[in-house]
Write a protein of this length. Structure first.
Length: 135
């Protein structure tokens, strides 16, 4: 475990257009939270699509985005990785401006989302973080 709790902020701009990039941020966030880091993921740009209900459940982290492997086994979806991160204590926030620009309401978003915050809040948290990671 860490001697000092680290504050990690992840900016998630990858989304359905780049499925091969979508699982790793949640996997890494889960590992960091398991080491008692305070981890927050902020969704922006195409990443905002991942918090729309029903979207991440249909995305598999492969180059083709195919949710079935060669042997017919169904691998984990991006939503499965997101739920693992939440169980580890990772917090999810979305950029208010991104949500508004997409015409989304809170009812359109996954229940795992901890809040919708203005970009200025992300900027403050990013400046105060020990580490800022972007995907």
């Amino acid at each position: 475990m860490l001697e000092k709790e680290l504050k990690i902020v992840i900016l998630m701009t990858s989304g359905p257009k780049t499925p091969w990039r979508c699982a790793t941020p949640f996997y890494i966030a889960t590992l960091m939270a398991a080491q008692e880091a305070d981890v927050e993921i902020f969704f922006n740009m195409d990443g905002t699509n991942l918090i729309k209900k029903g979207v991440a459940e249909k995305i598999c982290p492969s180059l083709e985005g195919n949710c079935f492997s060669a042997n017919g086994q169904k691998p984990k979806t991006v939503y499965d990785f997101m739920k693992d991160a939440k169980l580890a204590g990772v917090k999810f926030y979305s950029c208010k401006q991104a949500v508004d620009s997409m015409g989304l309401t809170e009812e359109d978003l996954i229940p795992e989302l901890d809040g919708i915050v203005p970009a200025s809040e992300f900027a403050l948290r990013a400046m105060m973080a020990d580490k800022l990671i972007t995907f």
